[in-house]
Design a protein around this ligand. Structure first.
Ligand code: GSH
Length: 236
């Protein structure tokens, strides 16, 4: 098998928004890598590669790195690829600020609702009541921080765009199902940005694999969520 230099293998599964964000970032950076289909596990051997037992993790010549933000930083710091953070330290920090807000205050609360949306479980009133204000506050924060022109922080694609895109892609489904609301409508320009991001070659490749894997996942789990929920002509 041909080896990239350095040899990078991204482990994960295309239903995962985190795996998809890391994969798209590697593609956008133009870094050579391979993919190994891997499910999350609490087995001892897996924990040796990903200490929380989560995917994705990136196998590097020095060992494995888990946590998507750390993987993104590694891609950037290891060099050899197209930078996905601005050169200016303040602008870099602004991009990281967006990634952090999206992960902690949008992804995490919406993930708490995955059981009742995608996994055949139920979301109680308490869970539904707890997640929404956190997400709405985060989206109000993002409305202050980003202005798609055309990318979230200006004319350069950054990790903020890639990370936010895969969070919002899954998060929009959860918002619609749980609250009949839209993340994309909470920030001016975000709907157009989403459409623009979908035209990128990396997005098309990653979402093609996501779609086929996600359908099988939903069937396996007996999920309440159905794709047609997204096909509302008012939001096409
Ligand atoms: N904070 C982690 C989150 C990754 C994550 O939640 N991965 C999910 C798949 S989308 C997972 O491995 N879940 C299995 C588990 O939590 O045990 C990251 O940034 O990579």
């Amino acid at each position: 098998m041909p080896q990239a230099d350095p040899h990078l293998v991204l482990h994960g599964y295309p239903v995962s928004n985190y795996f998809n964000a890391a994969r798209a970032a590697l593609m956008e950076a133009g870094v050579a890598f391979e993919i190994e289909a891997t499910r999350a596990s609490q087995e001892e051997a897996f924990l040796g590669r990903s200490a929380m037992g989560k995917i994705p993790y990136l196998e590097t010549p020095q060992g494995s790195i888990a946590e998507t933000v750390a993987i993104l930083e590694y891609i950037e710091d290891a060099g050899g690829g197209r930078p996905l953070y601005p050169a200016d330290p303040f602008e870099r920090a602004r991009a990281r600020q967006v990634v952090n807000i999206v992960q902690v205050y949008v992804e995490t609360p919406l993930r708490s609702l995955f059981p009742g949306v995608f996994m055949g479980g139920a979301n109680g009133a308490e869970a539904l009541g707890a997640a929404r204000p956190v997400v709405e506050r985060a989206m109000r924060a993002l409305a202050r921080l980003v202005e798609p022109r055309p990318f979230l922080l200006g004319d350069q694609l950054t990790h903020a765009d890639v990370f936010a895109f895969y969070t919002f892609d899954i998060g929009e489904r959860v918002m619609r199902f749980a609250y009949d609301a839209s993340l994309l409508d909470m920030v001016d320009g975000l709907r157009g940005w989403d459409a623009m991001m979908r035209t990128r070659a990396s997005t098309r490749a990653v979402l093609a694999d996501f779609s086929s894997a996600f359908g099988a996942y939903l069937r396996d789990k007996g999920a309440a969520w159905r794709e047609p929920v997204l096909k509302d002509p008012a939001h096409a």
